[in-house]
Every structure is written in structure tokens, then in C-alpha cells.
Write a protein that binds this ligand. Sequence first.
Ligand SMILES: Cc1cc2nc3c(=O)[nH]c(=O)nc-3n(C[C@H](O)[C@H](O)[C@H](O)COP(=O)(O)OP(=O)(O)OC[C@H]3O[C@@H](n4cnc5c(N)ncnc54)[C@H](O)[C@@H]3O)c2cc1C
Length: 451
Amino acid sequence: MSQTADIVICGAGITGVAAAHFLSKAGAGKILLVDERPPLSFTSDRSTECYRNWWPDPEMLALMNRSIDLMEAFADASGNVFRMNRRGYLYVTADESSAADLERESFRTSSLGAGLRRVHSSESSSYQPAHPEGFHDSPDGADLLLGNDLIRKHFPYLTERAVAALHVRRAGWLSAQQLGMYLLETARSRGVWFESGRVTGVDLASGCVTGVRLSSGERLDSPIFVNAAGPYLKDVGKLLGVDLPVHTELHLKAAIKDPLGVVGRDAPLLIWTDPQSLPWEEAERAALAEDDEMRWLTESFPSGVHTRPEGAGESQTILMLWEYQTKVMEPVWPPKLDEQYPEVALRGLAAMLPRMREYFSRMPRPQLDGGYYTKTRENRPLVGPARVDGAYVIGAVSGYGIMSACGVGELLAAHVTGAELPSYANSFALERYDDPEYQRSLENWGDKGQL
Ligand SMILES: Cc1cc2nc3c(=O)[nH]c(=O)nc-3n(C[C@H](O)[C@H](O)[C@H](O)COP(=O)(O)OP(=O)(O)OC[C@H]3O[C@@H](n4cnc5c(N)ncnc54)[C@H](O)[C@@H]3O)c2cc1C
């Protein structure tokens, strides 16, 4: 016997769960979440759990401002069960010309709606340090700190070479698992139910969705199907005969203990914005340079290595991330992990945090994991109708799926229920690619602020 639902959502990662939350809030009927894995256990369990409203793309900025508004409201309503903080992101450079870029670009992002940008160059400045916990009574916008004395007054663990640091304030981190559970539990309390299974087919009649098939052989009658399959967005799109313009990239993350306290326990997310070469002893460098397979370790590395403290109380854990090699690939599970990653990230972080060198000869045992970013070419998400009557897509949330979940969930619910759409809706709909002008704009899109 087949079950009947008004909406079937394929995928119970943070995106599918957020969609279920907002659809049930809108009273969209009987909603079923289907996943072959337990809820929130795939990509959504691998993230750094950070958020920011600081985006040079105005459409992304508007989406993130909305998503953060929603997260803050949920944090208030729940007694902040997901421990949302507002420590910010700190972008640091030792290069005077990059400092000028930070100054110019931060002015532009601020003027797009990210909040005021304040410049501080003397120790008597009105710069307000972040509270380590919670998110109330914190400024938004960003503070640009110029000069090493001022930077190290507030962040003493940073290098004496730092000349500028941009502290983005409507930013920080939270527990993605707890946020996801909050969204799932509230959805469940409104009647959403979860079923374990793999979606293997979507039935159509006269071009409209009529039901969903599972690998168990079960069939679910439903006029609406939502593809929230994360890294498998493209595969699930094919079940509808729709080729979604997305690809996947493997991204890693390493955690180590920091018993020396190299990273302040109250630190924001710390990001080094300068390219570099890794620090090696001369003999090490010479040996690596001679080895064809290891020579790359002596060559130049990109900007962007970042870290943050993880955990409260006595925790000594820090997270380390650095995309020094982009790996576009089909999602394979479990992913093949690059065992050199933790040491490379640690050495890269020494440019910003000189005491990391004290771990070079005895590196704390790392925990390494990773997951897939699912991305469109221009790194905007896909949210809205999926070219077949009754079919919708929500995903391609790349490295920002936790912070955007509430915003994209709300947007998807507005598409499905016919509610008024926000100004950014068209920028994230699949139909945007039908516009030749939009297609042309993709040629020169560039990087719009993805970590
Ligand atoms: C290393 C790393 C760091 C990150 N850091 C951040 C960060 O700091 N901030 C941030 O906002 N984001 C971050 N992200 C990104 C974020 O984790 C993802 O964007 C987000 O988790 C994607 O959620 P999702 O629900 O789309 O996908 P997923 O969590 O992967 O969920 C998709 C679900 O669909 C299910 N599924 C797929 N196909 C089927 C099928 N046929 N039948 C049934 N079920 C199916 C899967 O089992 C899975 O559970 C990071 C990601 C990585 C890898």
C-alpha cells in the first residue's frame, strides 16, 4: 500500500530540514522528509559551523542578512540552544597593498548593506572587542584595525608582521547540529515525519509530479517533490530528467589540541589573507625540492588559511582549514583524505600565529575529516521550481549551507506556497540561467567572497 503526502523532501541535511521547518510553518500540508542516512549526518555534520553577513555579492548579502535575522530569532526563542556567538571573522594581512585592498573592498561591502565600516588607527580608538558568547549588544558592520600595535593589543597571539585586520562583526559560529535539531523538532511538532530510505524514482503524469519511489520498493503518492539531496543534487535531478548546473568539490578540515594556547580561546575566526610559501628548515626544503612528489610543498600557496577555537570550558581544540588545492570530483563516500593536510594547514597558520612553530617538531595528533561543497558556477544557491510541475530544488549551498539554511528554507517555502517572494528570489532560481544576459555575466564573474 502506498503512503500519501502533500510534499516529499528528499534529503534531511540542514537544507531539507530547514525547508521542512518553513513549509510546515506555512501550513503546507502533510510533509515527509526522506533520507537514506540519519538526519543531519552527512555534509551538515562536517562544517566549521561559521556564519557571516559579509558578502561582496549584494544578493548573497541580502540572503545572509535575512538568514541571520531568522537564526537570531530562533536563538532567542530557544534560549540559544545552538550557542550562536558573534565573535566575528578577522581577516589579517602583513602586506601594505593588501591592507589598501581590505580598506577599499570593506568600504564597498559595507555600502551594499553589511553595516557600517569603522576605521581605527590609534590605541585610543573606540574599537569594541567581541563578547565570547551570545550575540546581543554587539556591533554589526566591520572594524578595520590599522597598525601592528593596535592589532596586537586586541589579538596578542597574531604576528608582529600584521599591518591590517578587518573584523567583520555580524559573524561567528554556532552548533550546526543543534540548529538543525531545533528546526527538525519544531517541524516534527507540526506534523512533519521522517522516513529512512533512498529515493530512486520520481513518477510523473502529463509532466507533473505524482509520486516518489524508494529503493525498498515503496511508493509515496505526492504532487510535490523537493530535491534537497546535497552532493547528490545532480543525481536526484536526473530522476526528473533535469540536468542541474552543479558540481562538487571535496573540502577537508582538521582538528588538533592546542595545549600551548597558541590560538586565544576567545578568538574570532582568524583568516590569513596573504599568499605564502610554507616555512621549512633549509635542509628540509632542499630535500623536498629534490623529490618530484613532494616539491609542491616548497612552492607558493594561496591565501585563506583559517582557524578558530572549538568547544567551551576546558576545551583545547582548534579547527584548521585551507583550500590550497581545489578538488572538483564526483562525491565518493567516504572521501579519500589527504594525510598531509593537517601539517600543511598548521605550517600555513604559522604565518599568522608564529607560536604554531612550536608544534612543528611534535604536532598534536590531528583528527581529519571532510565533505563536499555542492556549487553552481557562480557559487549562488539553487532555490525554487525545478522545470517540472510540482518539482522544486533547494541546494548548491557550497561552503555556506549552515549560515544560509534558514534563508533558503524560507525562500523555498515561499515558492511552494505562492507567498510573496523576496527581492533576491530570481537571483537564486534555476530560471536565471535562461537569461542570455545572465549567462554572459557569468563569463567575468570572479570570486565573490567564498572561503
Ligand atoms: C569542510 C567543510 C566546512 C564547512 N564550513 C561551513 C561553515 O563554516 N559555514 C557554513 O554555513 N557551511 C559550511 N560548510 C557547508 C555546509 O556544511 C553545507 O553547505 C551544508 O551542510 C549542505 O547541506 P545540505 O542539506 O544541502 O546537504 P547534506 O547535509 O549533504 O544533506 C543531503 C542529504 O541528502 C541525502 N540524500 C542524497 N540523495 C538521496 C537519495 N537519493 N535518497 C535519500 N536521501 C538522499 C543524503 O543522505 C544527505 O543526508 C562546510 C562544508 C565542509 C565540507
